[in-house]
Design a protein around this ligand. Structure first.
Ligand code: FE2
Length: 303
């Protein structure tokens, strides 16, 4: 894009820089920091100031430590190069700027390599609580502080390598139809695991119920609902349920699974691998999430 005048503004769905990148087929991009508008910066400050008291009350300790490690603050949208300078020495993880949707194969491949695809746009100031798609507040303020913890980082890498192994597990099956059905079922199970832990996980720290899922941590409304609402269902983590449980992405979550610690979650991701090895994830319950044919093709590409 050298030589072009870049239009200021990195608002979700209204960012000329992102449109241009997409038009050129560029998924991995830079963070053009100079293009954040005053309004974009104001949104970050407002979101951060709104949510900070809720983090102090409800976020898990590793998350709160992570915020300190990364020097996140309400003052301004963080520069990813600063984040990475703090993050990489701790766990080897890096936030990698992307122009938009990252297909599942590539997303998990990135995790395996300790890279986290990171949205650089920020939501519209008129819709602070409504998130049609991830933004930098969700990705950086919701996910990345957790990536400073070595056990949590290893869990992400494990999720990445399990997803990467799915197609090979079924390479010997001669019927293409059966092969696709099993790969689809495995990916559904992995996506559900990811959803009910990394995105919407709760944890018991002693007697304190706290949050570690990024989908909750990046929304003031979700934090309050997940931890305080009498309508929310909270159950002890049970892998057998999680892999068979559908979910919806467009409303408050009705159901949460609670882990005891990140060591506990690491044990569960190892059990997930055992389930995969034993074929227990080859025929999980139907329903959401939908895994499309194009997405399956990416996984089967190397076979
Ligand atoms: Fe997320």
């Amino acid at each position: 894009m050298a030589g072009k005048i870049l239009v200021r503004g990195l608002t979700t769905t209204k960012a000329p820089f992102i449109e241009e990148a997409k038009k050129n087929g560029e998924l991995f991009i830079r963070q053009p920091y100079e293009l954040y508008s005053k309004e974009n910066q104001k949104v970050w400050t407002k979101l951060y100031n709104n949510i900070m008291p809720l983090w102090e009350k409800h976020a898990n300790e590793k998350f709160l430590e992570g915020i300190q490690h990364l020097s996140l603050s309400p003052r301004q949208i963080p520069k990813l190069e600063d984040i990475n300078r703090f993050l990489e020495p701790l766990t080897g993880f890096q936030a990698k700027p992307v122009s938009g949707y990252v297909p599942p194969y590539l997303f998990f491949e990135c995790l395996k390599n300790r890279q986290f695809p990171t949205t650089i746009t920020i939501r519209d100031g008129k819709k602070l609580e409504y998130l049609p798609e991830p933004d930098i507040f969700h990705d950086i303020a919701g996910h990345v502080p957790m990536h400073t913890d070595p056990v949590f980082a290893d869990i992400l890498v494990k999720c990445g390598s399990l997803a990467g192994s799915v197609a090979k597990r079924h390479a010997h099956i001669s019927s293409r139809e059966e092969q696709i059905a099993k790969v689809k079922s495995n990916l559904k199970a992995l996506a559900r695991f990811f959803w009910f832990t990394i995105e919407f996980g709760l944890m018991k720290e002693g007697s304190r119920l706290c949050v570690y899922g990024s989908g909750i941590l990046s929304s003031a409304g979700e934090i309050q609902y997940a931890t305080e609402s009498r309508d929310a269902q909270r159950y002890p983590f049970r892998l057998e349920w999680v892999v068979n449980q559908s979910f919806q992405i467009d409303s408050f979550q009705p159901l949460f699974f609670v882990i005891d610690s990140f060591e506990h979650l690491y044990e569960e991701v190892k059990r997930l691998e055992t389930f995969l090895n034993e074929g227990k994830l080859d025929n999980v319950a139907y329903d959401e999430p939908h895994i499309g044919d194009k997405e399956i093709e990416d996984f089967l590409y190397d076979l």
